[in-house]
Design a binder for this molecule. Structure first.
Ligand SMILES: Cc1cc2nc3c(=O)[nH]c(=O)nc-3n(C[C@H](O)[C@H](O)[C@H](O)COP(=O)(O)O)c2cc1C
Ligand code: SF4
Length: 433
């Protein structure tokens, strides 16, 4: 079994790691000093590109390539954005990084600021994370005191600021353009693309947005080099990944591992196996927005290629484990309530589709389902997918389609018998016809 490799989480569990003096004794800001005193911005960008660092917010887009989309030139004001909204059900990695090692995130952001010659970075943190916002603001103040932020940082000529902005509790504000609208004080609704953020982002300026974990990878890449980074993990997802395992496991938590770890090793090794020694029934391997897997599909690596082979994807790294006490109809209804509630309502397929997915899954769960309802879920999902302004529509449609495809018999049983499968009855509400 692949062991934990602590690069991003090396300081987690240590004492005083939110304080700049403590983390500097453990090597913090050395990569920043190296980048700004011994490398040109283009060399830093080249190293991150060569490392093939993939975005950790869900879509897995290469970070260095995205940075290179920003227009160059002294006349242009460019901004960075750090997405710390982390509202995806089952995902809890960014919060732990921020609360325990905020300087690693800041160091990565400032290095990205140097590589892209940006004016500053907005860190947009989820409103329900007040502790994280306090820790971040304190760390930002400490970085200013040490002159890692502000004017002409380390004599490099770069003026760079960081502003911490708090969200107000909407999942959709994690979508990059909704986040930018929200930052500007507008309604948190996704923008139609193009224009893309690299051309028209925050306050209309060229902007680059990355996830917290993505930025946190940058210091180690600069310190140890792209070759070292590529020697860890798999070709499609080098480096380590943070996997948050939750649900029916004996040892839930955050594990930092190369993405060559298999889903089985993650669940039965690192997370200690299934709670109550019951049977594994289903896993959502990358946050609630990706297709669900059955128990016989867990012998795959946790990178894009491995999960694609079984019809899913790594998403945000949140692994939701369900044992055989779970009614899959009820689990789907729970998810669809979430997506219907969080849809911003701009596009008809998403606004109406998520609402109908909630209604249909709820009706089946209550014992009011009718023959053909499982197919209706499939048809609704198909009609949402790829027809919306932002990926929230797909994020609802993919689990809905896969729950029915993977557990069709259970949906049909629920419709026919108007109750849960017998083995799930002890744990779920039973509705009589
Ligand atoms: C509905 C929705 C919610 C999202 N929530 C988050 C989030 O909380 N954190 C995040 O980093 N990305 C989130 N994303 C993805 C962002 O739009 C964007 O792709 C990401 O911040 C880019 O960073 P990365 O390239 O480093 O992954 C969300 C996307 C959608 C459609
Ligand atoms: S897909 Fe849904 S959340 Fe995204 S813009 Fe359309 S209605 Fe809003």
């Amino acid at each position: 079994m692949a062991g934990e490799l602590k690069v991003l989480t090396a300081n987690l569990g240590m004492k005083g790691t939110t304080e700049i003096d403590a983390v500097m004794r453990r090597g913090a800001y050395e990569a920043l000093i190296k980048a700004m005193t011994r490398m040109t911005p283009d060399q830093v960008l080249g190293e991150v590109k060569a490392a093939n660092l993939k975005g950790r917010g869900g879509a897995g887009f290469p970070a260095g390539l995205k940075w290179s989309f920003l227009p160059k030139g002294k006349d242009k004001t460019r901004y960075l954005v750090c997405n710390a909204d982390e509202s995806e059900p089952g995902t809890f990695k960014d919060r732990l990084l921020i609360e325990n090692d905020p300087h690693k995130v800041l160091e990565g952001i400032i290095i990205a600021g140097y590589a892209t010659q940006s004016a500053g970075c907005f860190i947009y943190i989820r409103g329900e994370m007040p502790q994280g916002a306090r820790v971040l603001q304190r760390a930002v103040n400490q970085a200013y005191d040490r002159h890692f932020l502000g004017k002409n940082i380390l004599g490099s000529g770069l003026d760079f600021d960081i502003w911490v902005a708090r969200g107000a509790g909407a999942y959709i504000c994690g979508e990059e353009t909704a986040l930018m609208n929200s930052l500007e004080g507008k309604r948190g609704e996704p923008r139609i693309k193009p224009p893309f953020p690299a051309g028209y982002g925050v306050y209309g300026k060229p902007s680059n947005i990355n996830n917290v974990e993505t930025y946190a990878n940058v210091p180690a890449i600069i310190e140890k080099g792209a070759d070292w980074y590529n020697s860890i993990g798999s070709a499609d997802t080098p480096g380590t990944r943070l996997f948050g395992v939750c649900g029916h496991v004996k040892n839930p938590g955050l594990f930092e591992l190369p993405s060559t770890v298999t889903l089985r090793e993650l669940i039965y090794g690192h997370a200690g196996g299934i709670l109550g020694d019951r049977k594994l029934k289903a896993v959502i391997p990358g946050g609630s927005s990706v297709p669900v897997l059955r128990a016989d599909q867990i012998d795959v690596t946790m990178d894009s290629a491995g999960l694609k082979a079984v019809g899913s994807m790594p998403g945000s790294g949140g692994v939701i484990v369900m044992n055989d006490s779970v009614c899959m109809v009820r689990a789907l209804h729970n998810l669809m309530r979430f997506y219907a509630h969080e849809s911003c309502g701009q596009c008809t397929p998403c606004r109406e589709g998520t609402h109908w997915l909630e209604l249909l899954s709820g009706a089946i769960e209550r014992g009011e389902g009718r023959e053909g309802d499982a197919d209706k879920i499939l048809s609704l999902s198909k009609n949402i997918m790829g027809r919306t302004i932002c990926p929230l529509g797909d994020a609802a449609a993919m689990p809905a389609e896969s729950f029915v495809r993977q557990f069709r018999e259970e949906f049909e049983f629920h419709i026919r018998e108007k109750r849960c499968l017998p083995e799930t009855m002890r744990m779920t509400t039973i509705y009589s016809a």
